[in-house]
Write a protein that binds this ligand. Structure first.
Ligand SMILES: C[S@@+](CC[C@H](N)C(=O)[O-])C[C@H]1O[C@@H](n2cnc3c(N)ncnc32)[C@H](O)[C@@H]1O
Length: 238
């Protein structure tokens, strides 16, 4: 067993830019904070615009599912969800939440343990920034998605957002290790597989008492097609 654990740790280190086992136990506390809740609300609103009205009988694979935060959202939407992550601790937490219609397993996004075209939708949220090779992970996602008519859903931290660039200045933080994407870079990555649609979201004021204005700022940002939101939401129809 110690040998197995040692090998797993080596694989994790090679395939992920950050060891999320270290953060897993406090990961959900971000989503519970006032700012975290607002970002989450705006990100889900942006991604929901790409979802078909019905998910009944559809299978969704989430790469880098972490604690199962987005998996729960998709299961509530009606998908049958499979979540994978390279962090053992993240997977333990996701399993412990007993999310209905969702199963979780340890797997590396660079080589997914699923047959070609198993899923209707494959998704990854703030994961491509942390994998060793994002191009290879997207290629694996495409392989596992039905064609024609399958869908890729992606969310990444925006390299053009000042908040993200500031976050990267803190050495040893997870952000310092991340590969951020600009909207153009993400579009280039996804356009190989079909017509990519993107929008940025997460225009949130720095001051807590102005947080309730965020949905309004989001609406203005979307209307003006601003490129500087903290989060980029994207989709490709295969
Ligand atoms: C920032 S967290 C995002 C978690 C979740 N998607 C969310 O938004 O709450 C990034 C996740 O990607 C996972 N990850 C990193 N490299 C991976 C890889 N090669 N294969 C699968 N998961 C990976 C990490 O373990 C971590 O749980």
């Amino acid at each position: 067993m110690p040998l197995l654990r040692g090998n797993l740790q080596m694989i994790t280190e090679k395939q992920s830019r950050f060891d999320f086992d270290l953060l897993a136990d406090k990961y959900e506390s971000w989503y519970e904070s006032a700012k975290g809740r607002m970002y989450d609300r705006l990100e889900k609103r942006a991604i929901s615009r790409y979802l078909s009205p019905s998910a009944k009988g559809k299978k969704l694979l989430e790469i880098g599912c972490g604690t199962g935060h987005w998996s729960r959202f998709f299961s509530e939407y009606g998908f049958e969800v499979t979540g994978v992550d390279i962090s053992e601790r993240m997977i333990d937490i996701a399993k412990g939440r007993n999310i209905s219609n969702a199963s979780f397993q340890l797997a590396d996004g660079h080589s997914l343990p699923f047959a070609d075209e198993t899923f209707d939708v494959t998704a990854a949220f703030t994961t491509l920034e942390f994998v060793r090779d994002a191009e290879m992970v997207v290629q694996e996602m495409v392989r596992c998605t039905r064609k024609p008519s399958g869908q890729l859903l992606i969310g990444v931290l925006n390299a053009l957002a000042r908040l993200n660039r500031n976050r990267q200045q803190t050495p040893e933080s997870l952000y310092a290790k991340a590969r951020l994407f600009s909207p153009d870079q993400l579009k280039k990555l996804l356009s190989k597989y079909g017509k990519a649609q993107l929008c940025t979201t997460g225009f949130i004021p720095r001051w807590k008492h102005l947080l309730p204005l965020s949905p309004f700022i989001y609406a203005v940002g979307r209307f003006l097609h601003l490129q500087y939101g903290v989060f980029i939401a994207g989709q490709v129809r295969l």
